[in-house]
Ligand binder design. Sequence first.
Ligand code: COA
Length: 199
Amino acid sequence: MMYAKRSRWGKTHISNADAGAWLCAQAPRTVKKSRLTIRAATVRDLDALVTIETACFGGIGPYRNHVFGESQFRYYLHRDHAITLLVTCDGTPIGSAIATIGRRARSGSARILSIAVITGERRQGLGRRLLRRLVRDLAARGCERIYLEVAVQADAARAFFQGEGFETVRRLPDYYGRSIHAWRMALATGRCRRSGNPE
Ligand SMILES: CC(C)(COP(=O)(O)OP(=O)(O)OC[C@H]1O[C@@H](n2cnc3c(N)ncnc32)[C@H](O)[C@@H]1OP(=O)(O)O)[C@@H](O)C(=O)NCCC(=O)NCCS
């Protein structure tokens, strides 16, 4: 998860264990792509967004002090300059993503704040589909460059973004807290990966 203003927001109230257990009970074990939907999230999805976020970023990982709660999601859901996507399988939420679009005139840039797929559904290409959809939506809104931050120890996530064309541009010491460093990564949307899949 990427987070610009670390201490501005309150923490979420759902525990990581509760969120993980709920999601595991809800989600189908094998995701058939035909049953997948990626759509813009609404305020009705607040619980699902918080649950996914908590399950994926809470606990003991590098992002544990930067988990988005209901107030942050509510804020972004009501802002024109933000895109919040939800992935569902047969109506069950299994992934989410948030990005913000630079508000300065002609800034042409965007920032991915969070992208997550619940544990049991990873490595099936869902994250890739979600990221491609997000990049496509941002490009359609005029974003030519997309930034994000990822914890230095999060090798899997970095590999995931690199696979989609993101390049590491800078190391950010202590970004997520003391001794929790991050990489800043960037993608020029004109050079993003293309595929036959519309997402
Ligand atoms: C990062 C994340 C969204 C990827 O979702 P996913 O659905 O598992 O990703 P995909 O199945 O689409 O993987 C696409 C590619 O990314 C790379 N990748 C994904 N997970 C990886 C892992 N654990 N190790 C190495 N490479 C990985 C692979 O190249 C993979 O392609 P392949 O399966 O054909 O080898 C998911 O692991 C997640 O939610 N992680 C926790 C939250 C997080 O760290 N988010 C990123 C920072 S905000």
